[in-house]
Design a protein around this ligand. Structure first.
Ligand code: PAF
Length: 283
């Protein structure tokens, strides 16, 4: 695996790869776990070459968020990616990604606004800006993202469609199903912040979501099913539920009940000092 840190060397390396087949991009912020490696494996099935980016993007962290504390483990990440047969690692520093004078912000209205966007102002602008740059830098044939960040995936798809980013084509932005621990908790770099007690209690999140989905599919009103979900989470030790909503899977608009269009149950809740998010299809 070749590691590149400057845009010039990235472009040269990608052009060489492209001569022998399609290139897939897996954007990450490092601290790689099984969820990321699943994206890399899925990318390998769909393209001749896999480029992984590791960049802890300051623009998607709010002033009170954990940018400095965000785990950075480049040596271990490099070993993991090498073992997976990754062709190229794109690991720019902040000055390479946002050179002096950088003044552009990509803001996707609508899908960015509710849910995580409400409690993390500016977060999705930061995501859209860096992912737009990554698409332009690598010009991949396809790109893969985890479905765990369902709203992020919706924002990226909207941004690619709106800005005519045909590399990848919007249909080549692939959402890969969430990888879960044995007890159902979605894998996340943030799980390592959980105390052992909170880690055990956190399994209540997917369990409560499954109960709510069964109730919704069984015809219970969304208000009742979501209230029960919130009280299940509080009983398990979650002190705050930022949101628990039934939404249209594409527009993220709230729904009163699952209908014919794909629907999603989306939740963000806090336990200890950690905010966990999860989402599941309904119906
Ligand atoms: O999901 C992430 O790890 C990040 O939000 C992404 C897509 C790599 C952009 O920084």
């Amino acid at each position: 695996m070749q590691t590149v840190n400057t845009l010039g060397t990235l472009r040269e390396a990608v052009e060489i790869l492209r001569q022998s087949g399609p290139v897939a991009l897996v954007p990450t912020m490092g601290a790689l776990h099984e969820g990321h490696l699943t994206l890399v494996r899925e990318a390998q099935k769909r393209a001749a070459h896999v480029v992984v980016s590791i960049f802890v993007n300051p623009r998607q962290f709010g002033p009170n968020e954990d940018l400095d504390a965000y785990p950075r483990q480049m040596a271990q990440d490099t070993r993991l990616l090498e073992a997976e047969g990754t062709a190229l690692l794109w690991a720019p520093d902040v000055a390479e990604m946002y050179p002096e004078g950088f003044a552009t912000n990509v803001s996707v209205s609508g899908v960015s606004e509710g849910l995580c966007g409400a409690s993390r102002p500016g977060h999705f602008d930061g995501v859209a800006t860096v992912v737009g740059k990554l698409f332009n830098q690598v010009r991949p044939d396809l790109a893969l993202f985890g479905e765990k960040d369902w709203q992020q995936l919706a924002v990226i798809r909207r941004m690619a469609r709106d800005l005519d980013l045909t590399f990848p084509h919007v249909d080549a932005i692939i959402g890969v199903p969430t990888v879960r621990e044995a007890d159902g908790l979605a894998k996340s770099s943030r799980n390592q912040y959980l105390s052992p007690e909170d880690r055990q209690a956190a399994a209540a999140l997917p369990a409560a979501m499954h109960r709510a989905i069964a109730a919704l599919v069984g015809g219970e009103a969304a208000g009742t099913a979501l209230a029960a979900l919130q009280s299940d989470l509080r009983a398990a030790g979650f002190h705050t539920v930022d949101y628990a909503e039934l939404v249209d899977a594409a527009s993220l608009q709230p729904l009163a009940a699952p209908g014919t269009a794909p629907a999603r149950l989306v939740v963000a809740a806090r336990i200890g000092t950690t905010r966990l998010i999860d989402n599941m299809p309904v119906g």
